[in-house]
Design a protein around this ligand. Structure first.
Ligand SMILES: Nc1ncnc2c1ncn2[C@@H]1O[C@H](COP(=O)(O)OP(=O)(O)OP(=O)(O)O)[C@@H](O)[C@H]1O
Ligand SMILES: [Mg+2]
Length: 157
């Protein structure tokens, strides 16, 4: 078996929340169980909006929200569970482990999506998919995202 380091950065640009969600729903269908997706970006850049579309793509009909008091929410999809984590009120990775976060970093029955993942950066798995969210100056409904995928790719067997 031959394995090559896989290091990929893709840029996308959306003109509305609906576009962001439609992309996220489609993107979700290609993400394997066990994945961790780290969302990084300032307040209101669209992390929760993206997660709502992502959940829809997994067949989740329940509304995904951003309750201020809850750090982890679980949603049951067609074939797996979506763990939606919001680290905004945490201080660091140790804080996350203290609330029992470790299993969420290796979700064998689901996918974990983490908002404000930069706060727990030191404990994120190396193979986590990282998505950066940005506003576009002067355009209220435009957003740019950059998806970074790291890992090993099997190129022959
Ligand atoms: N193209 C777009 N993509 C995503 N959200 C957009 C877009 N255009 C406008 N918005 C609006 O921007 C806001 C994004 O809020 P959202 O809660 O998703 O951000 P967030 O990054 O999760 O913020 P927080 O850091 O507070 O959790 C929503 O009101 C959404 O409707
Ligand atoms: Mg949010």
């Amino acid at each position: 078996m031959s394995v090559r380091k896989h290091d990929d950065r893709k840029h996308y640009f959306f003109l509305s929340s609906e576009e962001t969600q439609a992309f996220a729903a489609d993107y979700a269908t290609g993400i394997p169980t066990g994945s961790v997706i780290a969302l990084i970006g300032d307040l209101g850049t669209g992390k929760t909006t993206f997660t709502q579309g992502f959940a829809r793509g997994l067949g989740i009909t329940e509304q995904v929200g951003s309750p201020t008091f809850k750090i982890v929410s679980e949603y049951e999809g067609n074939h797996l569970i979506l763990y939606h984590v919001d680290c905004y009120r945490l201080k660091n990775g140790a804080d996350f482990l203290n609330i029992g976060g470790e299993t969420l970093l290796n979700p064998d029955n689901g996918i974990t999506v983490i908002e404000w993942a930069d706060i727990i950066e030191e404990i994120l798995p190396a193979e986590a998919i990282v998505i950066h969210f940005n506003r576009i100056p002067g355009k209220a409904d435009h957003r740019g995202i950059i998806i970074e995928e790291h890992g090993n790719e099997i190129i022959s067997t």
